[in-house]
Design a protein around this ligand. Structure first.
Ligand SMILES: Nc1nc2c(c(=O)[nH]1)N[C@H]1C(S)=C(S)[C@@H](COP(=O)(O)OP(=O)(O)OC[C@H]3O[C@@H](n4cnc5c(N)ncnc54)[C@H](O)[C@@H]3O)O[C@H]1N2
Ligand code: MOO
Length: 411
């Protein structure tokens, strides 16, 4: 059926990553404003410019006395954090008690720490203020209008805190790419024990979580499968997903078996291949196509091979850079690791080999790494990249495609 797969010339793996990233970047979604609490994981659509001086007013760094003139000082009152300080009168020997974070009264010459002050018999304050200023002046950290972060910055909790600090209630960010997952294969079970020719669908439950970690939104209704192994059911499922998804990830059916309907479905829907097979093992039948949506705007479809490890190779090879582009981020930069054991090359193909990376940055190949297996993947840190025409020698440095894991996972 799908002679497209048979006739396609595989693109080099490194080129495929670039093509996917550039396609995502060219199609990046619009900007929107979201409340600070919703902004984690987004990308700044505009530079973060501070809306105020930081700090916004002269601010005491300590609990103590703001003093004017020579000691001893008569304490005229108290300024707590959160109120406007009246200026000290233009006279000698006056003070105002101030709390940490309080506005410093105008006319203050120094602030004396509470614990370094003494009270005189007549109730006045004396002591020696430290030489270094004990308060912060407006602009110490930033001056109003100063650019603190460029557009394109990944928003994380540190950025959210800074935005609040300098006066923002919401942030202009790029809309999060919406992904859908369609699982193909009549042999797949969604629950219970596999057997009698049936296997558990291992991708439908896992892919949404991987996709979220790569920055996409995946609504619960956007995961569908198994989709019946007919061309009509494939076309209908893809067409429905085109309504709302920016990216549809399908699994299985990338080859030319009797029930592999992805390529014919793409043809029927007017799909246009950006990548159609990649010179990488495992996972070579992976693809990315542009498919017109009902509103005329193109969507992306990533065809992940059915073998479950191969599907994750395709996810990390094509979907990760595509989503980085769509999110307005930089292309993923690959860290280098030192191989702790030999890893075979795969001839003219790139070999993505599952490895565990230890604290010394040494990558050791995993066992149980057949493309139909998931045991190796579940303990791995990522894929070591063995370029075409080479093999991985112990002690050599290679690129790593890290799985999107959180600190503390896969120690
Ligand atoms: N004649 C050839 N046959 C195959 C070749 C080849 O070069 N010539 N390549 C093999 C390779 S490599 C891969 S990868 C697969 C890709 O095939 P499809 O993308 O068409 O995938 P399916 O045929 O639908 O499934 C393959 C395999 O994976 C199992 N599977 C599928 N989906 C899931 C899922 N969601 N969870 C768990 N397991 C899944 C499925 O049962 C099959 O065993 O083609 C090879 N064949
Ligand atoms: O290319 Mo297949 O993905 O090796 O298993």
């Amino acid at each position: 059926m799908s002679s497209e797969t048979a006739s396609a010339t595989p693109i080099a793996w490194a080129d495929a990553q670039r093509v996917a990233f550039e396609a995502g970047r060219a199609a990046r979604p619009d900007a929107e404003r979201v409340a600070l609490g919703e902004a984690d994981g987004r990308t700044l659509a505009e530079p973060l410019v501070t809306l105020t001086d930081l700090p916004p007013f002269p601010t005491s760094s300590i609990d103590g006395y703001a003093v004017r003139g020579a000691p001893p000082w008569r304490v005229l009152g108290r300024v707590l954090a959160g109120s406007v300080a009246p200026p000290l009168p233009d006279e000698d020997g006056v003070a105002m008690e101030v709390a940490t974070g309080a506005m410093v009264p105008g006319g203050t010459r120094a602030i004396l720490r509470t614990e370094e002050s003494a009270t005189t018999a007549d109730g006045r304050i004396e002591g020696t203020p430290r030489a270094e200023p004990e308060w912060r002046v407006p602009g110490d950290e930033a001056a109003r209008g100063e650019e603190l972060l460029p557009a394109g910055t990944a928003v994380d909790p540190g950025v959210i805190g800074l935005a609040a600090h300098c006066g923002y209630d919401s942030l202009p960010v790029l809309r999060r790419p919406r992904a859908a997952v369609l699982v193909f294969g009549d042999e797949l079970l969604t629950g219970g024990l596999p057997g009698n020719g049936l296997v558990r669908d291992a991708l439908g439950p896992a892919l949404p979580s991987w996709l979220r970690r790569l920055g996409a939104t995946v609504d619960t209704g956007a995961v569908l499968g198994p989709v019946k192994d007919t061309l009509e059911a494939h076309v209908d499922a893809i067409r429905a997903a085109l309504d709302s998804a920016d990216l549809i990830c399908t699994t299985g059916g990338t080859m030319r078996g009797p029930v592999d309907h992805l390529h014919p479905a793409l043809r029927e829907l007017g799909g246009d291949y950006l990548i159609n097979t990649v010179a990488v093992r495992p996972g070579f039948p992976m693809l990315v196509a542009r498919v017109p949506g009902p509103d005329g705007r193109d969507r992306f479809l990533a065809g992940l091979p059915g073998n479950p490890q191969s599907a994750i190779v395709a996810l990390m090879s094509l979907v990760a850079p595509l989503l980085a582009g769509l999110a307005g981020r930089e292309a993923p930069r690959l860290p280098r690791v030192t191989l702790g054991a030999p890893v075979r090359g795969r001839g003219t193909d790139t070999h993505l080999a599952l490895v565990h990376v230890d604290r010394e940055n040494v990558a050791r190949p995993m066992a149980h790494v057949g493309s139909s297996m998931l045991r190796g993947l579940a303990g791995a840190s990522g894929f070591a990249v063995i370029p075409p025409g080479t093999s991985g020698e112990p002690g050599s440095q290679v690129d790593l495609v890290p799985l999107p894991l959180l600190n503390g996972e896969r120690r």
